[in-house]
Design a protein around this ligand. Structure first.
Ligand SMILES: [Zn+2]
Length: 158
């Protein structure tokens, strides 16, 4: 099962910005196609213009080449666009463990950040406030917990 082996390798390729999340956790792998000795990986970029994307593509290629697959092609799939709904449940748990609040709700809810009940990844209190729409990267917002007083990043629904 070549595809299974490739998926196993992909689960070791992580997001350079959030090293606890693999590309599988992120849900950005759309398809894996094996044609003789050529492997094509279809990848949906996360946030458009996210500079991490080129690095992710390169890391996928590197991981597969290291594992002995030499003919690797990465194809970007722009439509349908990636949404945080595709992030796996395991991925959301890993995010929380990393100190980043995972996306709340579904992408189609279109709620304002102020309306969200975002739980603090440290003490799990939902008594939290938005400080800034943009956190350490544009994919995240900065929140503050009113109970433990710790600021934290929230991975925005998208
Ligand atoms: Zn807290």
């Amino acid at each position: 099962m070549v595809t299974k082996k490739i998926l196993d390798i992909l689960s070791t390729v992580t997001d350079p910005e959030i090293p606890v999340l693999s590309v599988i956790d992120l849900g950005i792998i759309r398809d894996v196609m094996v044609n003789d000795d050529t492997i094509t990986i279809l990848v949906s970029p996360t946030y458009s213009g996210c500079p991490a994307m080129d690095m992710i593509s390169m890391n996928i290629k590197l991981a597969l080449i290291t594992a002995g697959f030499h003919n690797v092609q990465i194809q970007k799939v722009l439509s349908p666009a990636w949404t945080t709904d595709w992030m796996t449940e395991a991925g959301k748990q890993k995010l929380k463990g990393y100190g980043i609040a995972p996306p709340v709700g579904k992408s189609f809810d279109k709620m304002y950040l102020e309306e969200l009940e975002v739980a603090c990844p440290q003490c799990h209190s939902t008594n939290t406030t938005v400080i800034s729409e943009f956190g350490s990267t544009s994919c995240k917002a900065l929140f503050k917990c009113n109970d433990c007083k710790e600021p934290f990043d929230y991975f925005k629904c998208h």
